[in-house]
Ligand binder design. Structure first.
Ligand SMILES: [Zn+2]
Length: 360
C-alpha cells in the first residue's frame, strides 16, 4: 500500500487548548502522525511517497473562498493588528451554534476587518488556535489527500493519506475541532467529480459534522458515520440518528451513534449496518475517515475497542470490494497509534500481522 506523507504538518503545532475551562497541552500534536509514520516505515507492506501540488481549485470546490482567504492571511493580519503570543485563539463566535442568540432575528453576521473578529467569523468553536505555519500545514494535508486520491484513480486498490490536523469537523464555511481544512471532503468531492458515486465511511470516535454538512444535500456522496452519541460527546450539535440528509440528499446520510463503553462486538455490529448501506450505494470508490480515538485508552474518548478489532474492521471494509482511499483523522493515545493504524491497514490489505515488527 502506498502512503502519502508531507512533513509540513509539523508547522501546525499550537501548544495549548482549553478543556473544561482549563488550559492544557494540545492532544492534537505532530507526534501523532510521526508515530504512525514510524510504524509503517518499519513494515514492508507500506511504501512512502510525497504529495504533489494540486492548487486551490479542489479546495474551493468544497470550502468557502473567504475561509481559505482568511486562513492564508490570518497570521500576518494578527501580527499587523498587534496580536501577541505564539498562537491566535478564537474567542468571539458571533453566529455559530455556541452563540446563535446574539443575532437571533437579525440575519447572519458579517465578516469584520479585525483579526480577532475574523477568526470568530470563520471558526465554530474555541479549541483550534492558529499559529504561524497553520496554513502551510493545512495545504500540505490537502495535497496529501488529493495525491492519495490520484493513486486510487490511477488504479491502486488502496491508498493511505497520513495527514493532520484532522479535518472532518470543518464544514464548508468554518474551521474548528482541531481542523483547518476538511481534506477528506476535498478528496471525496474530487473523486466524485471523476467517478460519480462515492461513499464515505467515517470511523472516527467523533461525528464528522463538517463532512456531513458538505454533502448533506447530495445523493452522489453517501456519508456513513459510526461515532459517540452527540448527546454526551463532541461535536454535540450534529451526529444524531435522525439526521439523514435533505432534499436530493435525503437518505444519503447514515449516522450510527454509539454508547459509552462501546465494545468490539457492539462496534462490529454497527459497522455491519454501515457497510450494508454502503453496498447499496453502488459507489465507484470508498473514502475512509480513519479516526483511531475509538481505542480503549484514548484520553478524550470513551469507547473500549482493542487493537485486534482494527484488523477485523479493516478486513470487513475490504470485503466491500471497492477501491479505497484511507485518510487519517483523529486518535490521541500516541503510544499505540502507530500499531493501531498499521493493524487497521493490514486488515484492509488482508495481510496477516507480525506484531514483532511494530516499533512502539
Ligand atoms: Zn475524533
Amino acid at each position: 500500500m502506498r502512503v502519502v506523507y508531507d512533513s509540513r504538518h509539523v508547522l501546525h503545532d499550537p501548544t495549548t487548548e482549553v478543556q473544561y475551562g482549563v488550559p492544557m497541552h494540545m492532544y492534537e500534536v505532530p507526534a501523532r502522525v510521526e508515530s504512525i509514520r514510524a510504524a509503517l516505515l518499519a513494515d514492508d507492506e507500506f511504501s512512502f511517497t510525497n504529495p504533489t501540488e494540486h492548487g486551490l481549485g479542489p479546495v474551493t470546490a468544497v470550502h468557502h473562498e473567504g475561509l481559505v482567504r482568511f486562513l492564508a492571511d490570518a497570521w500576518s493580519l494578527w501580527r499587523i493588528q498587534g496580536g501577541g503570543g505564539g498562537a491566535m485563539p478564537p474567542q468571539y463566535l458571533p453566529d455559530t451554534v455556541l452563540h446563535p442568540a446574539i443575532r437571533e432575528g437579525m440575519g447572519p453576521a458579517r465578516e469584520p476587518s479585525a483579526a480577532m473578529g475574523r477568526i470568530g467569523y470563520w471558526c465554530w468553536e474555541t479549541m483550534t488556535p492558529l499559529v504561524v505555519g497553520s496554513y502551510q500545514a493545512a495545504r500540505g494535508a490537502v495535497d496529501v489527500a488529493l495525491t492519495a486520491a490520484d493513486l486510487v484513480l490511477a488504479g491502486d486498490r488502496t491508498a493511505y493519506g497520513l495527514a493532520r490536523p484532522p479535518g472532518h469537523h470543518c464544514p464548508r464555511s468554518a474551521f474548528g475541532g482541531y481542523g483547518l481544512l476538511n481534506y477528506s471532503a476535498v478528496a471525496t468531492a474530487y473523486l466524485a467529480e471523476q467517478l460519480g458515486r462515492v461513499a464515505v465511511l467515517d470511523v472516527d470516535y467523533h461525528h464528522g459534522n463538517g463532512t456531513q454538512q458538505i454533502f448533506y444535500h447530495r445523493d452522489d456522496v453517501l456519508y456513513v458515520s459510526l461515532h459517540a452519541d452527540p448527546d454526551r460527546a463532541y461535536p454535540y450539535f450534529a451526529g444524531w440518528a435522525d439526521e439523514r440528509g435533505a432534499a436530493t440528499g435525503e437518505g444519503f446520510t447514515l449516522n450510527l451513534p454509539l454508547p459509552a463503553g462501546c465494545t468490539n462486538a457492539d462496534y462490529l455490529a454497527a459497522l455491519e449496518t454501515g457497510l450494508e448501506r454502503i453496498a447499496e450505494h453502488a459507489a465507484a470508490a470508498l473514502v475512509v475517515s480513519l479516526g483511531l480515538d475509538t481505542y480503549g485508552q484514548d484520553p478524550i474518548a470513551d469507547f473500549a475497542l482493542s487493537t485486534d478489532v482494527y484488523y477485523e474492521v479493516g478486513r470487513r471494509v475490504a470485503s466491500l470490494g471497492l477501491p479505497t482511499l484511507v485518510l487519517q483523522e483523529g486518535g490521541y493515545f500516541v503510544p499505540k497509534l502507530g500499531e493501531n493504524a498499521r493493524t487497521w491497514l493490514r486488515g484492509l490489505l488482508g495481510s496477516p500481522l507480525d506484531l514483532r515488527a511494530t516499533p512502539n
